[in-house]
Design a protein around this ligand. Sequence first.
Ligand SMILES: CCCCC/C=C\C/C=C\C/C=C\CCCCC(=O)SCCNC(=O)CCNC(=O)[C@H](O)C(C)(C)COP(=O)(O)OP(=O)(O)OC[C@H]1O[C@@H](n2cnc3c(N)ncnc32)[C@H](O)[C@@H]1OP(=O)(O)O
Ligand SMILES: Cc1cc2nc3c(=O)[nH]c(=O)nc-3n(C[C@H](O)[C@H](O)[C@H](O)COP(=O)(O)OP(=O)(O)OC[C@H]3O[C@@H](n4cnc5c(N)ncnc54)[C@H](O)[C@@H]3O)c2cc1C
Length: 634
Amino acid sequence: MSKEIYENPDLKKERQNCPFNKEEITHLLDGGKEKTIERKQLENYILSDEQLKDAVPMEYLSHADKYAEELRKACLLMHKLADSPAGQVPTLRALMGAGLGSAVLKEGNPLALHYVMFIPALMGQGTIDQQAKWLEKAYNLNMIGTYAQTELGHGTFLRGLETRATYDPKTQEFILESPSLTAYKWWPGSLGKTANYAVVMAQLYTKGKCEGTHPFMVQLRDEETHEPLPGIVNMWLNPVCISSYIHYGTYVKPTNSKLSYATMVFVRVVVCQDVTTNLRKAVTIATRYSCVRRQSELKPGDREPQVMDYQAQQNKLLPPLAATFAFQLAADHLWNLYHTANNNIEQGDLELLPDLHGLSCALKALCSSEAANFVEVCRQSCGGHGYMSCSNFPRIYGQVTAAETYEGENTVLWLQVARYLVKTRKEQSGGLSVKYLIGEEKGPKTVDTTLEGIVKLYRRAAVGLVDVAIAELDKSGRKGEAPHDAWNHAAVYLIKAAQAHARLFVVESFVDSLKEGKLSAPVRTVLSQLCELFIIYWLLERSGDFFLCSNLTKQDLLLLNSKYVELLAAIRPQAVNLVDSFDLRDEVLNSPLGCWDGNVYQRLFDEAAKSPLNQSNVHESFHKYLKPLLKSNL
Ligand SMILES: CCCCC/C=C\C/C=C\C/C=C\CCCCC(=O)SCCNC(=O)CCNC(=O)[C@H](O)C(C)(C)COP(=O)(O)OP(=O)(O)OC[C@H]1O[C@@H](n2cnc3c(N)ncnc32)[C@H](O)[C@@H]1OP(=O)(O)O
Ligand SMILES: Cc1cc2nc3c(=O)[nH]c(=O)nc-3n(C[C@H](O)[C@H](O)[C@H](O)COP(=O)(O)OP(=O)(O)OC[C@H]3O[C@@H](n4cnc5c(N)ncnc54)[C@H](O)[C@@H]3O)c2cc1C
């Protein structure tokens, strides 16, 4: 007799009479029906393998055992990658990111940097000959690489990196050295124990002149013994300059000195998608739990309500739910720009490079910071159980907050965006993604609170805040301040302008995607509600920007507030159906709070029982420490 599948009655009720086709949204997020089929096949292929399951929860292992267990599974995954039914690239992307990969490698993938930075660096920076020599070896995992740029003393300021690569014309070799403690490479993933090669970013010196940071291929460990090569601690020999600019002893400048930063641009683009996947997981966990959890009293004398019925809870969870769609669509737009720009760069056309840099910095900083804030709100919305390690919120939060720092610390990236915006506005040129900065925003300054009207407000804020920042820079200039001091003293305004630009890009991506997308009426309705909710939410959160740069009035704001709470109520009935549309398997969510069946309390209890401390009634430490204390009559 088939075992009755338990489904929490409240969740079951939430799922009845769904007014839209969940699969249509699943296909939209996957990039089409075929992609969904491929993803599900791949998930079954990976998650059905018993060898990839954890015998004990990772949190109960020692640091070394965690590393060994993750490496065991990562190596097994790579074998499965080779035989994957879905093909190598889709499998690769799925295994490296926050989705399927994190269902198996919960503490992180020791081989991630090999695929996310080492191979992209070879592909983006290597000469044809170098790619012929190393790419196949890297793809066949006959070498494991990492990307070693950050040092103990420098991570942000690449022009300040201390590692030196001095070209010796006699031997036609580069001598790499770490001249000081602060020059030690620090932070590169896999560098400690896993990688035997690295792309090392170092200052290139030739004929006594520093030519700036360049990438070098360096072997770190013996391929057989895995022992560090002689002198590897503070002196590296025999590196090879990747995309060598040394021709017969003479340095030939690259067409753009920032092309050596290309690998970071790639990862910034990828990070936008990755933090969005993590946010989808957090929202799914919190939403399902909020429909299972009944607490307190809404109507005196009534049964305790689902906490999702409190407007306060909807205000916590529906904006991040909407954000998952907004960030996904913006990340898709950025990914397309990345490919266009990259194809052009390969043909020697660098025109889109500043746009790509500006936009990738903007979106990486925005998506990672917003996702981190929203994940924390999702955790808090689950009360005490949200604080438990098994809820998976601590791990998801750790992953998204890391993205606020790595691949360019967010503040530094915001200032890069501001530099690009100020230049575009002042020169009135270029600016694929900032076309609104060229010329004046036409039309009346009156405000209408339709979707189009709100987008116009975002545009006015984005232009207006750049102009406010430029006015600050000019004011400092008139006072005789040097440009670098004026820049530093305008930082607050510059960052606000950069953030407003990033939000405009996300808002326009969301609105345009709904206009262009071939959506059924029910799906269009619910996504339009989410879009309107999200752009009003952000406007209300940052109303100061809009008061400063448009004719927004107090009445407008009160009207928008009313519209916002109406939308909360309108979307509330579809919250579970929307997160179900993400089609995230329980193994990917990895949280008893977010499981599809809503059997939260039993699963929490089962998780607690796994703790080593719960394997006996009295832990041995009682007899060693507590009992003597109890007897000591202090
Ligand atoms: C294949 C599988 C895919 C699946 C993957 C799935 C998931 C992956 C998820 C996560 C990723 C996993 C792991 C990630 C681990 C993280 C790894 C790292 O952290 S690696 C190290 C990262 N470090 C940094 O990002 C350093 C940040 N600092 C910088 O980038 C630079 O120092 C700088 C801040 C940009 C300043 O550089 P610099 O001082 O040289 O330049 P400026 O003087 O400021 O500007 C001069 C000029 O150059 C332009 N510019 C700067 N950078 C770029 C660029 N990258 N591209 C193009 N142009 C650039 C800048 O705009 C100025 O132009 P102009 O105004 O016209 O003069
Ligand atoms: C999980 C993780 C994984 C990583 N993996 C790798 C890797 O694989 N390879 C690698 O090479 N690196 C890696 N890193 C390092 C990472 O790239 C750096 O930590 C990051 O670039 C930040 O640089 P920093 O640590 O020097 O921070 P700092 O720049 O020292 O930041 C300290 C403070 O200074 C501020 N600041 C710095 N410059 C400016 C400025 N110009 N204007 C205003 N404020 C400024 C920052 O905003 C910040 O508030 C990793 C980091 C983490 C957290």
